[in-house]
Design a protein around this ligand. Structure first.
Ligand code: EPZ
Length: 414
């Protein structure tokens, strides 16, 4: 069934919107429970499709999960290491964290390769090289990956690229490896710090998360814990951009402003007036927007996940904005859809040029991936008339209650 979001644009947004917990943290935290021998409780878990799928995969491993409102109680005491040859594995990227977690706990994992948003090539060679450095042997047969190790032994691992996924997967596998593992050129994203602080509460010995060198001293057992997940910086950024595009006075709360500095400083450069508190960002109506240039980079640089939403706002700026995308050079499918609304965007591998200002006019458009969907929602709010965003399931993978949250701000959306 085509899930569709319909927006009648042109309404001013006003009021407060609370950001949910972080998708890219929780999708690593859920598979990491495989390492625990006792109950793990998670608070404030976002209601998103990726979480639903990961819960199903945990249940396949005979891990019981009970959900009460936004609280999850996960009991891994009867865990059973079965092959994860299930189509759910291919519905999201983060299923690959079961590789590191099951390898760490059982020294054996057999599962499908992960899926996830189609952003061009998304290899996992760095994850697999990391596992091999710890002593694992890898077999690949079509879409099935099998990883085995007699023993896992700590090692020094240098990542050719500061990959979020590889850093997390190696951390998970190394928790039970003998001796010390060092990850050099590690990714520094806040989600890595969140996962490491949860694993440390469980008894892991991880130091340096958030820096480019992480060390993991292996332990033999991890206990349970209670954990509050950090707020979602990409969801926060999406609402801040939406407010800059069509807000009158919007407060985005449950935010860690330091996590989105690259965005807020660019918005200020564009002429958006912001007020930042310790846990909120307030966005005032902008009179005129200036064009800006951005280059996407690993944290703390400008997040690739926010370049798509920001593109919608750039169509309003007085002049040409330029985006250089260094993480996923093909992450520009949203531009064709924005052009269908009246934008004037040129794209080439690794870059887009947004000629502004162009008024947008509602039409039927298609979400091709999660953040493309977010970009189209912002464009729909800006556009005159009615916009129908098809394939909205991409959006529900990562945005908790997006329709209700925008409705509460005064948007005409269903
Ligand atoms: C994570 O993906 C996020 N996903 C992505 O979120 C995000 O866009 C990305 O990090 C960058 O910030 C999750 O956390 C589940 P990477 P990940 O490994 O871990 C190359 C969203 O919209 N690379 O840091 O897959 C890769 O091709 C999304 O929420 C290799 O070459 O990203 C890319 O160019 C989508 N070999 C770059 O590194 C590898 O083995 C960064 O990828 C691994 C990565």
């Amino acid at each position: 069934m085509d899930e569709m979001i319909r927006i009648r644009g042109g309404h001013k947004l006003k009021g407060e919107v609370r950001v949910s917990s972080c998708k890219n943290s929780v999708v690593a935290i859920l598979p990491s429970v495989v390492l625990a021998s006792e109950i793990v409780k998670l608070y404030d878990v976002p209601e998103i499709k990726d979480v639903e799928i990961l819960i199903k995969l945990l249940e396949k491993l005979n891990i019981s999960v009970s959900v009460k409102d936004d609280e999850l109680t996960i009991d891994p005491t009867d865990i059973c290491n079965v092959d994860l040859l299930d189509e759910d594995v291919m519905k999201l990227r983060a299923s690959y964290y079961f590789m590191g977690a099951l390898l760490g706990r059982f020294r054996h994992v057999r599962m499908y390769s992960p899926g996830g948003c189609n952003l061009g090539p998304r290899p996992i060679d760095l994850h697999l090289k990391g596992f091999e450095a710890l002593g694992a042997k890898i077999k690949q047969d079509g879409n099935i990956i099998e990883i085995d190790a007699e023993e896992l032994e700590g090692d020094d691992i240098y990542l050719d690229f500061a990959s979020v996924g590889a850093t997390i997967n190696i951390m998970l596998a190394a928790c039970f490896a003998r001796g010390r593992t060092t990850i050099e050129n590690a990714a520094k994203e806040p989600e890595i710090i969140d996962l490491s602080s949860m694993l440390n509460k469980m008894g892991a010995q991880i130091r340096g998360a958030g820096t480019s060198e992480i060390t993991i001293n292996g332990v033999s057992r991890l206990k349970g814990c209670i954990h509050d997940i950090i707020p979602d910086r990409i969801e926060a950024g999406t609402y801040i951009i939406a407010a800059a595009a069509c807000g009158e006075d919007v407060t985005v709360s449950n935010v860690i402003p330091q996590h989105i500095e690259a965005l807020t400083s660019k918005l200020e450069e564009m002429g958006v007036k912001l007020e930042q508190g310790s846990d909120y960002v307030r966005v005032f109506e902008a009179e005129e927007l200036r064009p800006v240039d951005i280059i996407t980079q690993p944290f703390p640089g400008f997040a690739t996940d926010l370049q798509q939403p920001l593109t919608a706002l750039m169509t309003k700026a007085n002049g040409d904005s330029h985006i250089e995308e260094t993480i996923y050079t093909e992450r520009f499918k949203h531009c064709k859809e924005l052009n269908a609304l009246g934008a004037n965007i040129e794209t080439r591998t690794g870059e887009s040029l947004i000629h502004g200002p162009t008024p947008l006019k509602g039409s039927d458009i298609f979400a091709t991936d999660l953040r493309c969907g977010a970009s189209l929602v912002i464009a729909g709010l800006m556009a005159k008339g009615e916009t129908c965003i098809h394939n909205a399931y991409h959006i529900y993978r990562g945005y908790d209650s997006i329709v209700d949250k925008l409705k509460a701000l005064g948007a005409d959306i269903e």
